[in-house]
Design a protein. Structure first.
Lengths: 116, 116
């Protein structure tokens, strides 16, 4: 839903949610924690601090319901979804998107995307 | 950060994150789960389905870092924060904000707010 002219300022300039849902091994949908997302969340938190990115909150999230595309993450308020697997992927999202205001096209998920 | 003209459509029209972080009893900051947020999340999920609100995802979240104001929740992409304690509070957020596009002023948190 759109913001209204009377809405207060954002509390976080960027709120970066990393799915850390875990399903049992062998579950047909898989899960983001099963694909290593907890380490990616920890790395993103530490690296964001190291880079001095202000106004950013890196946040764990329960199931974001796009398990087939995991590890998944979404950045608000812009609503851009990413699939990231490595520390290098996280670095690129932090530096290009969250510090630079750009997009990491090679890692972005499209709204109609059902598989990797 | 703002959306860019080339950004894809949103995957969820509204993404409603409910903090379900739990700290040990007696912790000075308290915690949202300690204030009953897990039941509120479950209620919000069931009630949103019952109301037939389309394009909405009710999502558990790890610590949103506004523990003193808990139970806290935030709706994106608009970035509006709420403090809710009861099923009636959740109903009002679902019906007025998420179904009607309005705001529940009595439950909204302001960016500079430090206490309830």
């Amino acid at each position: 839903m759109p913001r209204l002219p009377t809405d207060p300022a954002l509390y976080f300039d960027a709120h970066f949610f990393v799915c850390t849902n875990r399903r049992p091994d062998g579950h047909p949908r898989g899960s983001c924690a099963g694909s290593g997302s907890e380490k990616l969340r920890d790395y993103a938190k530490a690296r964001a601090k190291e880079l001095g990115i202000r106004g950013l909150r890196v946040n764990g999230a329960a199931c974001l319901d796009r398990c087939e595309l995991g590890p998944t993450m979404v950045i608000y308020p812009e609503g851009i979804w990413y699939h990231a697997r490595t520390a290098e992927d996280i670095d690129e999202i932090l530096i290009t998107h969250l510090q630079g205001g750009g997009r990491v096209e090679r890692l972005m998920l499209q709204p109609d995307q059902k598989s990797l």
